[in-house]
Design a protein around this ligand. Structure first.
Ligand code: KG4
Ligand code: ZN
Length: 344
């Protein structure tokens, strides 16, 4: 087993072009650089991510972002190949045209520099954001993974032993926030603005939305009905524009109640010792706070990633890659492909 390794990681699954240099020394994972070039401003005018536009931006940004990540980590371009252990890249799930840019760049660098490649699943990357600066968790752990494209409950029995035990049947949690924001003319992305408005509200102000699937058996989610319920309430309320913070608060709480209810139920069922939170929606302050409280009451250990590693970034891909490289889980250049529907 290698005691010290440096990995250059690349992430281009959606609308962030990202590169990072991550170090694993013994059991400590540290981030030497973490560069994210976000396209959010560009996509905002369209109300969501336009794949063709995203791919063009990735092509423009990828090399400067990698150069900055190497420089900020104190690596010279000339000597970096001899100091790095591997090049890691997120291969999916994501937008195929976006993924291809990261994947082809990683293949080219690996070939030119004579380094092995580590393929990382994007969701696995989100989960491994929890391992940055953190040595060990009591296992098994139940991970609530909530992002714009995915909502999964993942049973983490050990490195390389991840199993999806619950998932959304329709919209992802982040997507639900984004669509709710669209209904209330709040722009894109919806999560941060709904979270901010909710924190300014006195409370739900008598507004009541359903908690879909909460009392149903199993560990699956469904959020598209919640969005429709919000739409119907807005249509019935001529004064809704004056009550947007209250609608935001109730919508946010409905999503959070379901996420937490199912997470605790699955943790009990699988006798998890730890609950972890991952994905872009884990930036939500109320979710972080409520889940911390609920797990404490249930006697479960709880850990969440630093805010900097919640939304898409390459440090999380590097963290996952360190553990894969330790197991010599490498992929040949010829076999590395973008996999838009890659499952865990
Ligand atoms: O993980 P991520 O950066 O990208 C995907 O892999 O999808 O997640 C982005 C999602 C968006 O839907 C965004 O609205 C949501 O995360 N998000 C939030 C917050 N910050 C970002 N949702 C709720 N509250 C937030 N504070
Ligand atoms: Zn993501």
């Amino acid at each position: 087993m290698l005691s010290l390794m440096l990995i250059l990681a690349i992430e281009t699954s959606c609308d962030e072009t990202a590169a990072a240099v991550v170090k694993k020394d013994g059991s400590d994972v540290t981030v030497l650089s973490n560069v994210v070039s976000s396209q959010i401003e560009l996509h905002r005018q369209f109300g969501g991510v336009v794949p063709e536009v995203a791919a063009r931006e990735h092509v423009k940004a990828i090399l400067p972002v990698i150069e900055t990540a190497l420089a900020e980590a104190g690596l010279e371009k000339e000597t970096a190949p001899s100091q790095l252990k591997a090049i890691a890249v997120a291969t999916g799930p994501g937008l195929v045209t976006s993924l291809i840019v990261g994947v082809e760049t990683a293949k080219t660098l690996a070939h030119a520099w004579g380094l092995p490649l580590v393929a990382v699943n994007h969701i696995e990357g989100h989960i491994y954001a929890n391992f940055i600066g953190q040595a060990a968790f009591k296992l098994p752990a139940l991970v609530l993974t909530v992002s714009g494209g995915h909502t999964n409950l993942v049973l983490f029995r050990g490195h390389g032993a991840l199993e999806i035990v619950g998932q959304t049947r329709d919209d992802a949690a982040g997507e639900a926030f984004d669509k709710a924001a669209q209904l209330m003319d709040l722009g894109y992305p919806g999560g941060p603005v709904i979270s901010k408005l909710a924190s300014e509200a006195e409370g739900p102000g008598g507004i009541e939305l359903p908690r879909p699937m909460l009392d149903r058996p199993g560990f699956d989610f469904s959020f598209s009905g919640l969005k429709t319920a919000l739409l119907y309430q807005l249509q019935k309320d001529p004064a809704w524009r004056e009550r947007v913070p209250a609608y935001a608060a109730e919508f946010q709480q409905a999503v959070i109640d379901v996420l937490i209810g199912k997470t605790l139920k699955a943790a009990r069922h699988y006798q998890a010792k730890t609950v972890l939170l991952a994905g872009g929606v884990s930036a939500n302050a109320r979710l972080r706070q409520d889940l911390a409280q609920a797990t404490a009451q249930a006697g479960l250990a709880f850990h969440l990633p630093d805010l900097a590693y919640t939304t898409d970034n390459a440090a999380m891909i590097g963290a996952a890659a360190c553990f894969k490289a330790e197991r010599s889980d490498f992929t040949e250049v010829a076999d590395l492909k973008a996999q838009p529907n890659q499952s865990l």
